[in-house]
Design a protein around this ligand. Structure first.
Ligand SMILES: *Cc1c(COP(=O)(O)O)cnc(C)c1O
Length: 407
């Protein structure tokens, strides 16, 4: 296995150079924003109570707004997940009678409940009178522009675009795709709110969706922008009035982003953002390695190792439930934390099928640290993401391969 891994490292060398180029551009962009915003030591401390005049919180949000090329940002440790950040945007902006339009088929699993795709779940958008419409992708994975144009009506208020593939084998949406689609959507209806679920995408390319026509983006700090250090949190970035509406949903209308204490770990949100481009690059090196390594072992990998990337997810199609479980055991037993745990498929809040998750992470569920997840359904693909160091990603991939072979 080590010999094969060495050969693979040779094969992916060129791709690694491009990853480093982009990492440099992103790291420079982040550091320039730190200096432009004049971050000082006193910004790295938490506050209490209402958090009135909390300079740490305001400065962190200024940083995010700058890095995302947007007017404004809401960045809070108390936003508990990416799903929560997206919920702030949906429920903060959509009103009874409005329609939400998804243009790439069904959105990420955890969004189904809040939209009310599978029924009128209490408190879902559907329950509140916000309707939902979906246009599926064409056979070749491209958006169905004709279908989208037909689907946009007087009630269509917001369009949902998902950058990363999530738990599916459809292609991810790169920044160029997002820019083209945003331009097309604007042409169909000028005042649409173009929302991009940016989870897993931050710092993979050298632009963010807010720099390519999106009005609003959201994501999780225990994914890319938290740099492996953020213990919790989420963000929303975009046009000022839209971010304000999301913030009003986060606290309460009339209060919005003005309150909310910085958690004591706010330093880690700063330091995590500072490190994020480096960590995302490590995860990308790991993903490219895994793609080629498992391809050489005879599995279909999506994307293929030499395809352009816009997120850190690497799917490996294993073909059976048994192999998925073995693979996840291999990842888990190579982890720095909880290597003795045995992952088994189980029910997860927000997911329809049973899901197996291997993650021996320092921050629970942090998927910029190396983790492997798989919904237990056809075609039995496992989704590998993260790895704060490419060397660890290689070690874990080799261990997963050994488990697959029953060694
Ligand atoms: C991870 C993810 C989310 C949100 O997931 P959380 O686990 O709630 O942080 C939403 N959309 C996509 C595409 C994701 O990858």
């Amino acid at each position: 296995m080590d010999r094969l891994a060495d050969q693979v490292e040779e094969e992916i060398r060129e791709i690694g150079l491009q990853i480093e180029k982009d990492a440099y551009a992103n790291h420079k962009k982040v550091i320039d924003q730190f200096t432009r915003s004049r971050v000082a030591e006193y910004h790295l401390k938490g506050s209490t109570g209402y958090g009135y005049n909390d300079a740490a919180r305001d400065k962190l949000e200024e940083l995010y707004a700058g890095v995302f090329g947007s007017e404004s940002a809401l960045v809070r440790g108390q936003i508990v997940s990416g799903t929560h950040a997206i919920a702030l945007c949906f429920f903060g902006l959509l009103r009874p009678g409005d329609e939400l339009l998804a243009v790439q088929g069904e959105p990420y699993d955890t969004l189904a409940g809040m939209i009310g795709i599978r029924g009128r779940e209490p408190g879902s958008l559907k329950d509140l009178g916000v309707s939902y419409r979906q246009v599926d992708l064409l056979e070749d994975g491209r958006p169905d522009l004709e279908g989208i144009k037909r689907a946009i009506g007087s009630r269509t208020k917001m369009v949902y675009i998902q950058r990363s593939r999530g738990y599916s084998l459809r292609p991810s949406f790169g920044l160029k795709d997002i820019a083209d689609l945003a331009r097309f959507l604007r042409g169909c209806k000028e005042d649409l709110i173009i929302f991009v679920d940016n989870c897993y995408g931050e710092f993979v390319e050298t632009r963010e969706p807010t720099e390519a026509g999106a009005d609003l983006v959201a994501g999780s700090l225990i994914k890319n922008p938290g740099g492996g250090l953020a213990p919790s949190g989420g963000y929303v970035a975009g046009k000022r009035d839209l971010v304000e509406m999301a913030a009003a949903r986060w606290t309460a209308p009339g209060v919005g982003a003005e309150i909310g204490p910085s958690p004591d770990y706010i330093r880690l949100l700063y330091q995590g953002l500072y490190l994020a481009p480096r960590c995302v690059a490590e995860a990308l090196h790991g993903a490219v390695f895994a793609a080629r390594f498992f391809e050489r072992l005879g599995y279909r990998t999506v994307p293929s190792y030499d395809a352009p990337r816009t997120d850190i997810i690497q799917a490996i199609v294993l073909g059976s439930a048994e192999k998925v479980i073995k693979f996840c055991r291999g990842i888990q037993s190579a982890s720095p934390v909880d290597s003795g745990a045995d992952p088994v498929p189980g029910d997860m809040p927000g997911y329809e099928h049973k899901v197996i998750m291997a993650a021996g992470t320092f921050v629970q569920g942090a998927s910029l640290e190396l983790s492997a997840d798989a919904p237990m359904r056809e075609p039995y693909a496992v989704y590998l993401q993260g790895g704060l160091s490419r060397h660890y990603a290689r070690t874990a991939a080799i261990n997963a391969a050994l488990h697959l072979e029953g060694r």
